[in-house]
Design a protein around this ligand. Structure first.
Ligand code: FAD
Length: 419
């Protein structure tokens, strides 16, 4: 299909008229047909969560962009697969992220209005944890510092509103109504669709083998060609350590297991009746989502939950053991039996996904030291980055084009771990 036909066929499409599989098929056909060029304003290495948004923001501003992706878009080998991601604003990690989140929320809304497709579902999130839990304390701190609605529920109120949970009476129960879930695969496809419509060249199944910078020009060599650009943005997710000199020892790639289960009482856990949730239990941090109807969301089918465990099994992104273990499953079943008695009948699907952990679990957004302002990196998302994708792309575009950003990212600089 020619670019013009693609634009005509997709420009007026709405969420209802453009199915996920058709969007996927059309974008991949268009990608195959993009014309050969060799010099760009910016090359984006890795078109996953952050790279797709970077291509979108750059091409929207009129820059000539090449996005290079080693697999299909989207795919299940990296960090963005699995149907849903939590989005929340009263941030429990540190309140420093809240200004970025405020912008991320705005940018998700813009993507939705530009495409007529929904990516954000406001389900609310309930947080559970012990009275002295540090994560919940920071949620409250972020809420009061930035005036974000977070309600404290008594155990009676919580039992009435969310009878699916069975919790120790001494647990705190907090509720953030303006939180919910994002659909990662659909978001990435929409970013890429919009980037293509604005003229970006996106090439899939094209692996970057090496890059170098000489005399202010970046040269990128792939398994299919060689390209040049004024700037390079590296958004390589779990492969960042292989693409960014000196960073590998600082990034720990861990394998995460997640499950979709059949609950005993299906209807009690569906979207509209059941919220997203996070439960902090000693050092363990579990989270989950309502059952999403397959008609709108595709699969997998079931009640999704996982353990957020940055200290998990370390792996090489090119050699991940995708077989889930009995121990991965058992920890989730035990959790459900303890805290959601009607939540488990049997397991439907288990999958794996990868975290790219920085030493302090905070992102790294910066110019790559030693390359002036020609190479920009976004990495170390440590299992909590997706909700920010809509603003990270904007920040990367600012850094590539303007040489600075007005967004407060100093706390995420690359120098903080030493050289
Ligand atoms: C199980 C799980 C649950 C999560 N839950 C949440 C959540 O609820 N909320 C939240 O906000 N975040 C969550 N996250 C984290 C979030 O999904 C990640 O932080 C985010 O997806 C990271 O985006 P990325 O662009 O760095 O990586 P990716 O999306 O993996 O993109 C990197 C891309 O670069 C490509 N690439 C790499 N090297 C090359 C090369 N040499 N040549 C060409 N292409 C290359 C890869 O193929 C890939 O497509 C979760 C992550 C996991 C694994």
């Amino acid at each position: 299909m020619k670019r013009r036909d693609f634009i005509i066929r997709t420009a007026g499409a709405t969420a209802a008229s453009l199915s996920y599989s058709k969007l996927y098929a059309d974008i991949n056909k268009e990608i195959e047909s993009t014309a050969d060029q060799t010099h760009y304003d910016v090359i984006v290495l890795g078109v996953g969560s952050m790279g797709s948004s970077t291509c979108y923001h750059l091409s929207k501003k009129g820059y000539k962009v090449l996005g290079l992706e080693q697999f299909d878009i989207p795919h299940e080998q990296g960090s963005h697969s699995g149907q849903s991601r939590l989005i929340r604003k009263a941030y429990g990690e540190t309140s420093d992220y809240v200004p970025l989140l405020e912008r991320a929320y705005e940018n998700w809304k813009t993507l939705e209005s530009e495409t007529g497709s929904q990516v954000y579902y406001k389900t609310g999130i309930v947080y559970f944890g012990a009275a002295n839990d540090p994560f919940l304390a920071t949620v409250k701190q972020s809420s009061s510092k930035y005036n974000i609605e977070v309600n404290t529920l008594t155990s009676e109120e919580c039992n009435h509103k969310y009878p699916q949970f069975k919790l120790p009476s001494e647990f705190q129960r907090l509720e953030e109504p303006d939180a919910g879930l994002l659909t990662p695969e659909r978001s990435i496809l929409l970013f890429v669709q919009q980037a293509i419509l604005k003229g970006a060249v996106i090439r899939t199944k094209e692996k970057v083998l090496e890059w170098k910078r000489e005399n202010g020009t970046v040269t990128v060599k792939t398994n299919r060609g060689t390209y040049q650009a004024n700037k390079l943005v590296i958004t390589a997710g779990p492969w960042a350590g292989k693409m960014i000199p000196g960073l590998a020892p600082k990034l720990k790639i861990t394998r995460q297991a997640l499950a979709w289960v059949k609950p005993k009482k299906w209807d009690n856990f569906i979207l509209g009746k059941f919220p997203c949730w996070i439960l902090e239990n000693n050092e363990y941090d579990f989270y989950g989502f309502p059952i999403l109807p397959v008609g709108n969301f595709g699969g997998p089918l079931g009640l999704k939950l996982a353990l957020h465990y940055p200290g998990g099994e370390i792996t090489d992104p090119d050699a991940v053991n995708r077989n889930t273990k009995e121990s991965d499953e058992n920890v989730l079943i035990q959790f459900l039996n303890q805290f959601m008695p009607d939540g488990y009948e049997n397991t439907l699907v288990m999958k794996t996904c990868l975290y790219t952990n920085s030493p302090d679990q905070n992102f790294i957004l910066d110019y790559l030291p030693g390359f002036d302002k020609d190479v920009i990196i976004a990495t170390g998302f440590s299992g909590h980055g997706f909700k920010f994708a809509s603003v990270i792309g904007e920040v990367m575009a600012d850094l590539a084009i303007n040489g600075s950003t007005h967004m407060p990212i100093d706390f995420l600089n690359a120098q903080r771990f030493g050289s």
